[in-house]
Design a protein around this ligand. Structure first.
Ligand SMILES: [Zn+2]
Length: 475
């Protein structure tokens, strides 16, 4: 580790990305095409996401459950748009226990159908609502190309599913989930995202409305960070999922579903990396502080000294590690920089005499001295400062990558060169959207939730338009 050369991010984003994910020990390719292995350092990131998001949903009254991996094909077929949308990526099981199955089984591409087929059995009175559930699961959607974290045939996610007695309540729920995703990205990942509504073309198969958090990557491409869907009564009708309302009449519930996957970790890696490797924000970093003893005179003294510091930090829940391996400090520095540890502490004979440690921030290379006396306060303060700096930098980059464009020539030129989010008027006609995609590869990402109504001309056809949309090349 740390010996291979890292493709510079500034020269080649995807080359850098593959190198850094493999060399830092986050993940590896699995033996079956399209699959990936989460190594412990990478899985720790997902565990942190689970910890933070579980806390948020439980506060809202959402409970975790688990539904089967295998879904009878007939269930998928019940919602016509849904099966049509997912069939190109389905993995189907046709043989089980050596025998041909009577009905083929889909390997979970998403769980609306299986969950609602069960809910229909369990919830039949208005008193049972709202139903608020989430599951952490693996998902299979067949992919031709593999891109670690970002595009793999099997990935991990959470999927929230809810059912309500009014449309208004369902809408509020899906917007609540969207806001939780935005906050998670901003507060845990130090990644600012834009939130908005998807066009009809980009909507989830079977949804009335899809909302998403969109992130801007350093190569000017947008990454869809998470989605939240208003399903209306599409699925409840397709599944004949009804309940008795207060007046004893039969009614269909209004539903939502929302998901965040391990793709998000790809966004985290890309947003913060630099030519030296990963840079993790302290809140999500599997290791927040690494202590590197610089062995000089009196080795055992150094060991004793750094272990004491580690104890104090561990007691304060700081994720800290001492690197005592028998290799040169320079090799260790490079490796921890590659692996993105936010704060490095160095201890040599000088520090012992002065009762200090030297600290170096991975974010900007800044260095300074902490007193050992109140080390945990100073470390925690520095980590929180780094977290803020990282969000600030990412926000600046998002702003720099967002441009208003007012004519199609400018649009094409920008999309070919600097890319980023291009904010342009669009008449919301599918034809224009389609043509823009064919000619520039750019798609509508979202119309911002708080986008103000204006009078403009569609960047493609010139027809009257009320809103600017954010266009970008999708990852
Ligand atoms: Zn148009």
């Amino acid at each position: 580790m740390g010996r291979q050369t890292l493709t510079p991010l500034s020269k080649n984003v995807s080359g850098w990305y593959n190198d850094v994910v493999l060399q830092s020990g986050l993940a590896d390719y699995g033996p079956a095409k399209g699959t990936m292995v989460f190594r412990p350092y990478g899985f720790a990131l997902w565990e942190k996401v689970q910890e933070v998001f579980n806390k948020a949903i439980k506060k809202k009254g959402v409970e975790n459950a688990y539904f089967p991996l295998f879904i009878p094909y007939s269930l998928l077929e019940k919602e016509a748009d849904h099966v049509e949308g997912f069939s190109p990526e389905l993995a189907l099981v046709t043989i089980g226990g050596g025998k041909k199955l009577q009905e083929k089984l889909a390997v979970r591409p998403t769980s609306e159908t299986i969950i609602y087929s069960m809910w229909k059995k369990w919830y039949q009175s208005w008193r049972d609502f709202p139903v608020l559930m989430n599951q952490w699961a693996n998902i299979v959607r067949w992919e031709k190309r593999t891109y670690l974290f970002l595009r793999t045939t099997e990935f991990l996610w959470q999927e929230g599913h809810t059912a309500h007695t009014t449309e208004k309540e369902a809408k509020e729920m899906s917007l609540w989930a969207l806001e939780e995703y935005r906050k998670l990205y901003e507060e845990l990942f130090a990644v600012p995202g834009i939130v908005g509504i998807k066009s009809a073309r980009e909507r989830f198969a079977g949804a009335m409305e899809t909302y998403s958090v969109e992130l801007m990557m350093p190569n000017g491409k947008a990454l869809q960070g998470a989605t939240s869907h208003e399903l209306g009564q599409n699925f409840s009708k397709a599944f004949d999922f009804t309940y008795q309302d207060k007046d004893g009449k039969s009614a269909y519930p209004w539903q939502t579903s929302w998901g965040l996957s391990t793709r998000s970790l790809g966004g985290l890696i890309l947003t913060h990396g630099d030519d030296k490797g990963l840079r993790f924000p302290p809140m999500i970093a599997p290791i927040q502080v690494v202590i590197v003893p610089i062995i000089g005179d009196g080795d055992s003294k150094v060991t004793e000294y750094v272990e004491k510091i580690q104890d104090v930090l561990l007691k304060q829940d700081v994720r800290v590690k001492i690197d005592e391996r028998d290799c040169s400090p320079g090799v260790k520095f490079n490796e921890w920089e590659l692996r993105g540890v936010p704060l490095r502490l160095e201890v040599g004979p000088k520090e012992i005499v002065e009762k200090t440690v030297t600290w170096i921030s991975r974010e900007d290379g800044e260095r300074g001295i902490f007193n050992v006396e109140d080390i945990s306060d100073q470390v925690k303060q520095q980590l929180s400062m780094i977290q803020k700096q990282m969000l600030k930098r990412a926000h600046k980059s998002l702003m720099a990558n967002t441009t208003e464009v007012n004519n199609y020539d400018e649009f094409k030129k920008k999309m070919k060169n600097s890319r980023g989010f291009l904010r342009a008027f669009w008449c919301e006609d599918k034809k224009c959207e389609e043509n823009i995609k064919n000619e520039t590869k750019a798609t509508t990402r979202v119309r911002l939730l708080n986008e103000k109504k204006e009078t403009g001309k569609c960047v493609y056809c010139g027809k009257k338009s009320s809103y600017r949309w954010n266009f970008a090349l999708a990852y």
